[in-house]
Design a protein around this ligand. Structure first.
Ligand SMILES: C[S@@+](CC[C@H](N)C(=O)[O-])C[C@H]1O[C@@H](n2cnc3c(N)ncnc32)[C@H](O)[C@@H]1O
Length: 400
């Protein structure tokens, strides 16, 4: 929680605000912008505010919930004194633990219809191997659950920090944590995560997610944050991708010069920029009406990278159940929860085998230098393949 600047400065009317602006020499619009967006004024503006109001810089920062390293150091040095004057809110533990019965139980998992915080509170410490979370993005979208997707920024972030904190608690040491969100929120949440887990990657996934707005760049990527609990992950195994070739002539798109014979026959190393994740937009492919369903290709890649059969996967925001479905098909145990209707997830599971061929198709496209079709076409056209080079010539290098 934070307090708005005007309240911190005890400014009650527009006249009082204008008067202060005049004295410190900044415009009313700028001070209002700081107030409305929880933005800290520059150091010279803060000095001017202090001299006119006698409210100190650190009081402003603490009240706004803004920390600098300097302030953190001061708090650290005075930790004992400060902790004595703090009220312990944490003593209030919720007891909404009853009535938790799964709506669906399968060979590998259980799905609950509940608030994820309730399920989290009932889940043991250090008990899951992977957390993947695709929360609502607070973009005022309509969800079947009718939940409020238009919170005040501070409220959204504070809620996010609460469920992330719980997810960290239930994650095993060495477990992996993935957070899918728009870049704006992940800039804040990565700061929170950096203080609790070990950063692995900020993965950029190229999918347009909103309409162009004049005066801004067209929002065209999601951020997938990847962290692990402790020094390093218990399990990490990244797929390799086929070399990109021209869709028409099937020729090379990059010049590999004299290194063609040294290309790894298992394909190109995966980078942290993913261009090949399809959006799920067409209603024909959607498993539930409305916004936000992730491609099973994304979940397959993430689970393959961070887990093995038998591991436990937790996703606090079920949606159409993509994570649970992929976990089941890949023989990972899973724990699922959705606050809204879960009928679409249950229906999806009743026909789960219909999604296996697509998953297999994605999987068959990995860990080879050319896709099956690409390889056949290149051979037909007399283009080089890794079979062109004699076995004893092949010295495997990781090139991209
Ligand atoms: C972005 S969608 C997830 C989509 C999902 N990854 C998929 O591929 O289908 C977010 C979902 O979280 C649900 N949700 C929102 N708040 C929740 C909460 N507190 N507990 C559990 N589910 C919640 C929403 O109803 C929505 O279905």
């Amino acid at each position: 929680m934070s307090v708005q600047l005007f309240d911190i400065l005890r400014l009650k009317s527009k006249a009082e605000i204008s008067e202060l602006c005049r004295k410190i020499g900044i415009s009313y619009d700028l001070l209002k912008y700081y107030n409305d967006n929880n933005i800290l004024a520059s150091s010279s503006e803060l000095d001017a505010i202090t001299s006119q109001t006698s409210v100190e810089k650190f009081e402003i920062m603490i009240s706004m919930g803004i920390m600098s390293r300097e302030l953190k150091n001061i708090l650290a040095v005075n930790a004992e004194r400060i902790s004595h004057i703090l009220i312990d809110d944490n003593a209030k533990k919720t007891s909404d633990t009853d009535d938790l019965k799964p709506e669906l139980t399968t060979d590998y998992g259980s799905l609950y219809r509940a608030d994820c915080m309730t399920v989290l509170k009932n889940t043991a410490d250090n008990s899951v191997d992977v957390v993947f979370a695709d929360p609502p993005f607070n973009l005022n979208k309509k969800y079947p659950s009718n939940m409020n997707d238009n919170l005040i920024e501070e409220e959204y972030l504070s809620w996010s920090e609460k469920w992330i904190d719980e997810c960290i608690r239930i994650l095993k040491p060495g477990g992996s944590f993935f957070l899918w969100n728009i870049p704006k929120w992940n800039t804040y949440l990565s700061d929170f995560l950096n203080q609790r887990l070990t950063f692995r990657h900020w993965i950029t996934t190229d999918i347009k997610y909103s309409l162009p707005i004049q005066g801004r760049l067209y929002p065209s990527h999601y951020s997938l944050l990847y962290y692990c609990k402790g020094k390093k992950p218990n399990y990490f195994n990244s797929d390799r991708l086929p070399m990109e070739i021209c869709p028409k002539c099937k020729g090379d798109l990059k010049d590999y010069g004299g290194y063609k014979d040294k290309m790894n026959p298992k394909g190109i190393s995966m980078t942290d920029v993913w261009y090949d994740i399809p959006p799920v937009r067409h209603t024909k492919y959607k498993k539930r009406k409305g916004a936000n369903e992730l491609s099973i290709k994304l979940l397959d890649r993430i689970l393959e990278m961070s887990s093995q059969p038998g591991d436990v996967v937790f996703d606090p925001f079920g949606g159409s159940g993509s994570t649970y479905l992929v976990a089941e098909l890949k023989k990972r145990r899973w724990l699922g929860v959705e606050i809204g209707p879960v009928e679409d997830i249950i229906a999806r599971f009743s026909d789960i085998e219909s999604e296996r061929p697509l998953l297999d198709k994605y999987r068959n496209g990995y860990n080879r230098l050319f896709t099956k079709e690409g390889l056949a076409e290149r051979k037909k056209r007399g283009l080089w393949t890794n079979e062109t080079f004699k076995k004893d010539q092949v010295l495997v290098l990781d090139l991209d």
